[in-house]
Design a protein around this ligand. Sequence first.
Ligand code: SPV
Ligand code: MG
Length: 291
Amino acid sequence: MKKTTKLKSLLNSPQLEYLMEAHNGLSAKIVEEAGFRGIWASGLSISASMGVRDNNEVSWTQVVDILGFMSDATTIPILLDGDTGYGNFNNARRLVMKLEQIDIAGVCIEDKLFPKTNSFINGTAQPLAPIEEFCGKIKAMKDTQLDDDFVVVARVEAFIAGWGVEEALARAEAYRQAGADAVLIHSKDSDFAQIEDFMKVWKNRHPVVIVPTKYYSTPTSEFVKAGVNAIIWANQNLRASITAMQDISKQIHKDESLMQVENSIVNVDEVFRLQNAEELQIAEKKYLPSA
Ligand code: SPV
Ligand code: MG
């Protein structure tokens, strides 16, 4: 099955589905091996892994380069966090064209302005895109895709920007009518109440995706009860790797030795396995002249 078809059916599946964050080829492969059926290529994680801010400091072509490695390393679909589409409708439709070329299954765009700011930084100060303009962007993206199953998710930032459920619903409905395949409702609250209110009125009219980074203590059963279709675990691989790298760097710096750390980290054979080094050894036997 095509990656696009896999993602589309995942978003329309009758059971709750999960997308796990990755930010490079290695983390994408690890997500697939863990058993996930989809990958969230997080803007926050990709930018942080490059050592810069989540403010479109990584250019969109640099994002596409990273996605190429992620796509090559995996067989499950990747949903790109495409921020605002990196400009207006024209930039967004060019993005869709490029994403299809590298087998990315879909893209999520958010109704903010370029250059964007991460939703958890000064949320209320974040201006939203005019609804009509954002709908034009969605339409342009859907008109551009060559593969019918390529997915465009429209992310509603109304709650992030301090608006209430009415604004969130008006935007979600407009984006659904503009052709979005799903809506992502984001919230920075520490509980699920805001989105629960949204879901009560929304009544399963179109797939809904959520990102419970800030309301992490809500049990997943609550999301099922509310009728959520898919959950994005948006940044936990990045954060886990930061913890691991901080700990190991401090320990080695302090000890001036590897004695204490060797058994707490994977051996290099595991690195080679993840890189599929064995395949190259077999290919070398086949293609290189024997000595
Ligand atoms: C991301 O993972 O980059 C997201 C989710 O867009 S959030 O950081 O919560 O905005
Ligand atoms: Mg993001």
